[in-house]
Design a protein around this ligand. Structure first.
Ligand SMILES: Cc1cc2nc3c(=O)[nH]c(=O)nc-3n(C[C@H](O)[C@H](O)[C@H](O)COP(=O)(O)O)c2cc1C
Length: 242
């Protein structure tokens, strides 16, 4: 009996510790989601502040987010759609960008990979809450060269390289033990030698057609500027209503 009481006390104290870590608003049994709001108060974004090229503007905002040490500053929502228009979105990590576009790495046989096979178009969104900034990108998607995928693959920790061989991303599996068994198998297979780039793994590049910069401002009257690529490669810049 005394043992049982002690166990209950232990559980209660763990529960309290966990509860104290949760912001009070989440603890409320009657959470009013509609009331969650705050004012956006930055000084805004003016047309005169914008770089003529959106990749340069992206670089300025992205560098600011990285320098401020925002956690996962390179995390972005990545949206795809099937050929018949069924959408799907997930978070990915940006691993490079230059004048040709935005690069990330994944499994080509995953759900997103199959969607991109049938419909090579996508949307990206970054949100840096501390800066009250959002960037939205839409464009066409292509695979990176094998050489670029190889270079990135071999820069990853060994465990991640093995993980790319282990996981048939997006497939249904019965239990975690299947992953563990395959990891043991792959560890043995590649023991003492370089881990090859799996044929089903590599990079994608999103070539932007539009890039929008959003800066939060008071009264929901945010600043939005959209760059649209013209046929001659130059960029049209337009202000959008918030
Ligand atoms: C912060 C974060 C970063 C992620 N980065 C990647 C990534 O770079 N590549 C990747 O394949 N999955 C990444 N994932 C997992 C994806 O969100 C997703 O679960 C996975 O790619 C399978 O998506 P799919 O079934 O739509 O293909 C990340 C998840 C989170 C939360």
């Amino acid at each position: 009996m005394r043992k049982k009481v002690r166990r209950c006390a232990q559980l209660a104290s763990t529960f309290c510790r966990e509860q104290n870590r949760i912001p009070s608003i989440v603890k409320s049994p009657l959470l009013d989601v509609a009331a969650l709001r705050r004012e956006y108060e930055t000084e805004g974004l003016r047309r005169a502040d914008l770089a003529p090229d959106p990749m340069e503007q992206f670089s300025i905002w992205f560098t600011a987010a990285v320098k401020a040490e925002l956690p996962d500053a390179n995390a972005m929502s990545f949206a795809t759609a099937t050929a018949d228009g069924k959408p799907s979105v997930r978070v990915m990590l940006l691993k490079g960008f230059d004048e040709t576009g935005f690069v990330f790495f994944t499994n080509y046989l995953s759900a997103k990979g199959r969607e991109l096979d049938e419909n090579p178009r996508a949307g990206l969104a970054f949100y840096w809450v501390q800066f009250e900034r959002q960037i939205r990108i839409s464009g066409t998607v292509e695979k990176t060269s094998r050489k670029d995928s190889e270079r990135y693959f071999h820069s990853r920790p060994v465990g991640s390289q093995l993980g790319a061989w282990v996981s048939r991303q997006s497939e249904v599996i019965d239990a975690r033990r299947i992953l563990e068994a395959r990891l043991a198998e792959m560890t043995e297979r590649f023991a003492g030698r370089e881990i090859e780039l799996p044929p089903h793994w590599g990079g994608y590049r999103v070539r932007p057609e539009t890039i929008e910069f959003w800066q939060g401002r008071a009264n929901r009257l945010h600043d939005r500027f959209r760059y649209t690529r013209r046929a001659d490669g130059s960029w049209l810049i337009e202000r959008l209503a918030p």
